[in-house]
Design a binder for this molecule. Structure first.
Ligand code: UT7
Length: 322
């Protein structure tokens, strides 16, 4: 039986910070509204950096914290909805930038749940015996898809990347990972790809922005987050009291708060950093896990669940002994 563990974590955000007050120059809003409705105070935003740059910096930090030679990594999975190119993927460019030759590298898209999907894939690929050390990354430059005239969405999102090295272990540390999807036929949360508008003049439609029916996504989120945590607990015969922490997708403080109340888990156990970064989609979970580790909130031996939901619609969760 092959077991797996988190060997190291890393994260990176671009330098430029946009405060809630800064957003008043684009839309009619206020720090009071944004903070009280979402818990966000500021977010980071790329200026010249690409999604690859963010992924690369987070990866270097994760590899260093794992204490392994980068050449012992034989699998890279990047979860993103903001790949710099349709192809090549961020994962293949990351492989080249890290200077690791000829290994398996690919991107996946499951929106804000993407990192948990990547974790599930990498975990199963390691447990199959075919791979030794996986680098998994959530990296996003969501501000490129933001409609700065839409106050319903532009105040929510930010840029960043988080990374994790997972490796084989003597003990069962990545204990269980579950994911799910429910096709968003009602288009609650989407961003359309450009298409060829007029083949005769070879014109391509402009890049779309993020569209969201906020209150409906809120309802979905507050149903699916507690359900995913409950499913994980039930499958593994564990009670919520046995958990040291929950590291949830950072989309809205009220969603985290309501989920904790429904699960009867104290807010002290919930890691939050949404105030600094806003919603960074697939990067949100690995940035949060890395910060939880670096601030000593999450310690070796702790039992925690990480849980995410997002566009797709998708969701996922993992039960991990750190
Ligand atoms: O990763 C997954 C992605 N998405 C999510 O998780 C988002 C889930 N949804 C949410 O977090 C919340 O629904 C929002 C934060 C997006 C919105 O909060 P809400 O409490 O559901 O507000 P609402 O959309 O019902 O809007 C209430 C009011 C409206 O004004 P009226 O119609 O009552 O006059 C909005 O126009 O707040 C107004 N509003 C704003 N006012 C100031 C909406 N955005 C803003 C804003 N500043 N930025």
């Amino acid at each position: 039986m092959i077991f797996t563990k988190i060997a190291g974590t890393g994260s990176y955000v671009p330098n430029k910070v946009l405060t809630n007050d800064d957003l008043k120059q684009f839309v009619e809003t206020s720090d009071e509204w944004i903070d009280s409705r979402t818990g966000i105070k500021e977010r980071h935003m790329v200026v010249n950096e690409t999604t690859l740059d963010l992924a690369y910096n987070a990866s270097l930090s994760a590899i260093e914290s794992a204490g392994i030679e980068k050449n012992s990594i034989d699998l890279i999975i990047v979860a993103t909805v903001t790949s710099d190119y349709a192809f090549p993927g961020v994962a293949q460019l990351l492989q080249a930038k890290l200077g690791i030759e000829g290994i398996t590298a690919f991107d996946i898209n499951a929106a804000c749940s993407g990192f948990v999907y990547a974790l599930q894939l990498a975990d199963k690929m390691l447990k199959s015996g075919a791979f030794q050390n996986a680098l998994i990354v959530g990296a996003e430059t969501l501000t490129r898809l933001t409609d700065w005239r839409d106050r319903n969405t532009c105040v929510l999102f930010g840029d960043g990347a988080g990374a994790m090295v997972i490796s084989k272990s003597d003990e069962n540390q990545i204990m269980d990972v579950i994911t799910g999807a429910q096709g968003d036929v009602d288009m609650l949360l989407y961003c359309k790809n450009p298409d060829l508008k007029d083949p005769e003049i070879n014109a391509i439609s402009p890049q779309d922005h993020i569209h969201m029916k906020g209150p409906e996504v809120f309802k979905f989120a507050t149903r699916i987050m507690p359900k995913t945590v409950s499913d994980l607990l039930q499958r593994n015969n564990i009670s919520a009291d046995d958990l040291d922490h929950v590291v949830a997708h950072q989309a809205n403080m009220r969603i985290i708060d309501k989920s904790a109340r429904d699960l009867n888990i104290s807010m002290d156990k919930m890691f939050t950093n949404i105030d600094k970064y806003g919603n960074t989609s697939a990067a949100s979970v690995p940035i949060a896990i890395d910060e939880a580790v670096r601030t000593n909130f999450l310690k070796r031996g702790d039992l925690f669940i990480t849980v995410a939901f997002g566009g797709g619609l998708t969701w996922g969760g993992a039960l991990i002994r750190y």
